[in-house]
Design a protein around this ligand. Structure first.
Ligand SMILES: [Zn+2]
Length: 862
């Protein structure tokens, strides 16, 4: 088959891409292969190219080949250049602006006649985005990308050239260059030791680790923003393939179709297109003798948080693949008895219709991963090339359908009046613009209007509306299929923003102005009036950023309680106050003196505990605190164990991790810290727990998030509280979900004590993001201890779920969701949920910020 094809190229080159060949100077050096260029054997056992090498190879390839260009997507978190290769025929690359324009118009075909759409579908090229290595330990695709690009740059066979003529490939060799570097460095450092190919003791993204693929609707991280901008503002690819790796002892590769459930609002054509590609991948893999191929497995078609999934609601085809892993670049031998099923779509490791050719076991190496990925990348290009016109027309028809099927009067409205936090409300409009959604400003300039009748209208409804998890059962008597990730992402609820779906008459919509990121009107900040002090009602997140900025500038900040109403936050007059108030969009009112009862704030020194079993919650917490200007530093096991914590810190935060992880260094990695080099082994130990208790006794403030509360529950701290959902000893949370309880990430109704400093400025009723296994039951405390239930659940289970999925919600009835304690001079705040989850829950950030501010309140009263 291959031999026959190789006879054709000369003819086809002349027919299809004459300019390409004619233009290439005969003196130009042929493009180098990755191995030749880097002087390593790419894909060999124990050999990895790092991101610097990958990037330099792509630049060399682009210099030597007129089929390859390199675009810079932006900088990474740690300042690395994030690159993307654009690969096609020289002629297509010369006309790429035209093909980008066609892609943009087909993605929003409003105003085009059917004839114009048809003409563009015939003229256009399918734009195929392939992204690699978002998860840094899933490293095969970053290496494969170089080989595949080289293959496309040098192929002379008719088939490849025909495919390139029909398509433009956007190839991102790593979606997380910083992490590629970290994993490669760690791997090389421990080559030849017993830790070779083992886990790293820190997150492979500076802030978010594995959650870099949970950021695609909130767009908080710079890498996500870079790619989002390229996709929805520059290239409008019709197809997105994102290549991952999974565990080592199951199937060899997952390809589409996805598993259930399926999202209601996604146009079914998306899945049809995805399945075409999956079918082609399966065919090509079997043809090449590759076994262990599975579909309809694990990965559902419901959740919008990952790379290509978000695009489904924007009429984009998008496919995930997952190849079995080795130990990074170290081969792994799997006995046939060790092969396992489990999870959706493969209960036991056996031949099934979605898994017709099980892998028999044996040695599995980096080269195998890359070979499978080369085949599926070729198949992806083959599919988009063969189905070019259908896919281009399909995107336009889905966009038209999204417009036509919506009620043209219906809009999501974000009013500016009556918002507790107008800046965050504006940020929601900004986020929608960043997603490529059309957002308007009403004629009276008091509301943002987001019409549902627009190409991305399904995305708007998914993000603005409520989720109800579909309860799909494989058979009538079986249990439901559980969610893959979280089950709720209603942005107004997550962000604490008021928004409603209303009918707006056509004339009124017409009178509204279409906004861009540049024309978006942020609430005006600055100073009004005059005096020695400036004040604002403390309800906005940015007030905390302003507080930190002014404290750093030497200004004084005070807070004055106001019953259950929003407290007053007061800033002393300062040369930098006006500029900062403008920057953070906060309007301050001048006054002559401090109000009665004003308490001065002393900026806290904050320690954030960091385990050697990396906690993404730690990274997210650090990210948010840094964003808001807090002085936060990490402390590790040895720092906690050493004690005398009050000398250096006013606040210690324990992010979400189990007790066994924090105290003993166990759990995680399919083992624990014993898989790490000796200096990373263990946890804070008993002495660490003792040191934390001493820290509180000496006046420190300890804040725990979700499961970390288990460190404080039980005999060690003597607090009158237990976790009613715990399966562990002493009423500790051990992640026990047994007994018919599963809330995997949903928005729950809860009530806040707004008269307590931790509840200041919050609404009484909130939507809290819950994904844990913690519910507190307090009891009357001993005399030296004070306790306040800060946040609690409704009395009746049917009032608890707001958005998402909740099984067993009655176990939360009338339980506490957050509790505060005072003991001696010290303070403790325990959250049973995560008020800062993945930097998405802006509506409850203040509960965390307030906890810090409670520590900052001077006892003297000013
Ligand atoms: Zn992955």
């Amino acid at each position: 088959m291959r031999k026959l094809r190789s006879l054709l190229p000369v003819v086809l080159i002349l027919a299809a891409v004459p300019a390409a060949v004619a233009q290439k100077s005969p003196a130009a050096a042929p493009p180098p292969s990755p191995s030749d260029f880097l002087h390593i054997q790419v894909g060999a056992d124990r050999v990895l190219a790092d991101y610097g090498q990958i990037s330099s190879y792509f630049k060399a390839l682009a210099a030597a080949s007129n089929r390859v260009q390199v675009e810079v997507l932006g900088k990474t978190t740690l300042g690395e250049e994030m690159i993307m290769a654009v690969i096609s025929t020289p002629e297509n690359l010369r006309n790429k602006a035209r093909y980008q324009e066609i892609a943009r118009k087909l993605a929003d075909p409003r105003g085009l006649s059917p004839q114009q759409v048809d003409a563009m579908a015939r003229e256009g090229k399918t734009i195929l985005l392939i992204t690699c290595n978002i998860h840094s330990t899933e490293i095969g695709s970053s290496q494969m990308a170089m080989e595949w690009a080289y293959k496309l740059a040098t192929a002379q066979d008719a088939e490849t050239l025909g495919r390139l003529n029909n398509s433009i490939v956007l190839l991102v060799p790593s979606l997380n260059p910083d992490g590629e570097t970290m994993v490669t460095e760690w791997y090389r450092k421990y080559l030849g030791t017993k830790y070779e190919g083992g886990p790293m003791p820190y997150l492979y993204h500076h802030y978010v680790g594995h959650d870099d693929n949970r950021d695609w609707f909130m767009l908080t991280q710079i890498e996500t923003k870079n790619v989002n901008h390229m996709v929805y503002h520059e290239w409008y690819p019709q197809f997105w393939l994102d290549e991952h790796q999974m565990g080592y002892n199951g199937p060899r590769i997952y390809i589409p179709p996805n598993a259930d459930p399926v999202a209601k609002l996604v146009n079914p054509l998306v899945h049809r297109g995805n399945n075409l590609m999956g079918t082609d991948m399966g065919w090509r893999l079997e043809e090449a003798g590759k076994s262990g191929v599975i579909f309809g497995y694990e990965f559902d078609a419901y959740w919008p948080g990952g790379t290509r999934n978000t695009g489904w609601w924007k009429n984009m085809f998008g496919v995930l693949t997952e190849v079995a892993s080795a130990h990074i670049a170290t081969p792994i031998e799997v006995e046939h008895t060790e092969l396992q099923g489990g999870g959706k779509g493969l209960a036991t490791y056996e031949q099934q219709i979605n898994f017709p050719n099980p892998w028999p076991g044996g040695v599995w190496r980096l080269r195998d991963i890359m070979d499978y990925e080369l085949i599926i990348s070729d198949a992806a290009l083959e599919t988009v090339s063969k189905w070019r016109e259908e896919f281009l027309r399909g995107v336009a028809s889905m966009a038209e359908h999204a417009v036509d099927s919506a009620d043209p009067a219906q809009v999501w409205r974000i009013p500016m009046d009556g918002q507790r936090d107008p800046v965050t409300a504006t940020r929601l409009a900004a986020l929608m613009l960043e997603h490529g959604v059309e957002v308007k400003l009403s004629a009276d300039k008091r509301s943002f209007l987001i019409p549902l009748a627009q190409p991305y209208g399904r995305f708007v409804e998914e993000m603005m509306g409520l989720q109800r998890y579909p309860e799909v059962r494989p058979t009538p008597t079986s249990g439901i299929l559980e969610p893959y990730d979280v089950a709720a992402w209603s942005l107004p609820l997550l962000m604490g923003v008021k928004a409603d779906k209303v009918n707006v008459p056509a004339a009124e919509q017409k009178a509204a102005t279409v906004l861009s990121s540049a024309s978006l009107p942020w609430p005006p900040g600055g100073l009004a009036g005059s005096g020695g002090y400036y004040t604002v009602a403390g309800t906005e997140n940015n007030i905390f950023a302003l507080t930190n900025a002014m404290q750093s500038a030497g200004g004084q900040v005070f807070v004055a309680a106001n019953g259950g109403n929003a407290p007053a936050v007061i800033f002393s007059a300062n040369p930098q106050l006006a500029a900062n108030a403008e920057k953070f969009h906060i309007r301050l009112q001048g006054r002559a003196d401090l109000p009665a009862g004003a308490v001065a704030l002393k900026q806290a020194r904050i320690a954030l505990y960091k385990s050697y079993i990396p906690s993404m919650d730690e990274g997210w917490t650090r990210f948010i605190l840094e964003q808001y200007g807090y002085r936060v530093k990490n402390i590790e096991n040895k720092d906690v164990k050493a004690g005398k914590l009050n000398d250096s810190w006013d606040v210690i935060i324990l992010p979400d991790s189990s007790r066994e992880t924090i105290v003993d260094g166990k759990g995680g990695f399919g083992g624990g810290t014993e898989l790490l080099p000796p200096e990373y082994q263990g946890g804070i130990g008993k002495e660490g727990v003792h040191a934390l208790r001493e820290f509180v006794d000496n006046g420190g403030t300890l804040i725990t998030l979700a499961r970390a509360s288990s460190v404080l529950i039980g005999e060690d701290f003597g607090l009158p509280v237990r976790n009613t959902l715990a399966s562990g000893p002493g009423g500790r949370a051990e992640g026990g979900e047994g007994g018919g309880f599963n809330i995997p990430g949903s928005l729950l109704r809860a009530y806040v004590d707004t008269s307590h400093p931790v509840g200041y400025g919050m609404p009484h009723e909130i939507a809290e993001f819950y994904d844990g296994a913690v519910a507190f039951q307090t009891s009357p405390p001993p005399p030296e201890v004070g306790r306040t239930v800060l946040v609690w659940y409704p009395d009746d289970a049917k009032d608890i779920l707001v958005s998402g999925y909740a099984h067993g919600a009655e176990k939360l009835e009338r339980k506490a969701a957050a509790v505060a304690f005072t003991r001696g001079k010290g303070k403790i705040v325990m959250f049973g949920f995560r008020p800062q989850f993945r930097a998405q829950t802006e509506g409850t950030f203040q509960l965390l910020f307030n906890s810090i501010r409670w520590a900052e309140m001077e006892k003297s009263g000013g």
